[in-house]
Design a protein around this ligand. Structure first.
Ligand SMILES: [Zn+2]
Length: 206
């Protein structure tokens, strides 16, 4: 794929297909019929169980591998190369593709499913990706905290729970027990907007 010399760390590969697990009602929410302990994280959230086989088959650009996304956010790894994300006195580097409409100088927090980046990959992403080239927000955040997940939301049903939506659900929302998580949502605070190092890549203003 032109402009994509590397396959991003969080991209799913075609060999990484989630097995068809049967979703059943369990306790106050959902579980898998033949659930294993590693299907849930330490907070008890049920995750989409995908095997980890990066490099096997074809990269599926646009599809995010659940466990690598989770690991990249938790360990602050670059979403493209998997090495530590860029960090300086102002915090860790994040690149948001779309400026949230309500982003103003008074905005104090943002949520995203995008992991951070290292500087070379951030610069490369902005150069390679036509959307990003037009409009992006680079920021450095000092505080980042997982606050929920994005995933498949179910509701009670017979004979089995029914899939109703794909949604972001906060950890303190009771619907978290009815969600099969696919990506972690992180809240960024104490951030400052920044420019990537090359002045030529500054986004248009106004
Ligand atoms: Zn990188």
């Amino acid at each position: 794929m032109p402009g994509h010399p590397v396959v991003p760390y969080i991209t799913q590969w075609s060999a990484e297909q989630a097995p068809r697990l049967t979703v059943v009602a369990r306790g106050q929410g959902i579980g898998y019929a033949d659930e294993r302990p590693y299907d849930r994280d330490t907070d008890g959230v049920l995750w989409t169980g995908v095997p980890c086989l990066p490099g096997k088959g074809q990269p599926e650009f646009g599809k995010v591998h659940a466990l690598r996304q989770l690991r990249a956010i938790r360990e602050l790894l670059c979403q493209v190369c998997g090495r530590p994300a860029d960090r300086d006195a102002h915090g860790v580097l994040w690149l948001l593709g779309e400026a949230p409409d309500d982003l103003t100088p008074r905005t104090t927090e943002l949520t995203t499913t995008h992991p951070p980046l290292c500087m070379p990959c951030a610069l490369q992403s902005v150069r390679a990706c036509p959307h990003l080239r037009k409009r992006y927000v680079a920021l450095r955040a000092r505080t980042f905290e997982p606050v929920g997940v994005r995933g498949a939301l179910y509701r009670p049903g017979h004979p089995a729970p029914t899939l109703v939506d794909v949604a972001g659900v906060a950890f303190d929302d009771p619907r978290i027990h009815w969600t099969r998580a696919g990506q972690l949502v992180v809240r960024l605070r104490e951030f400052t907007l920044t420019r990537l190092e090359s002045a030529a890549l500054r986004p248009p203003t106004g």
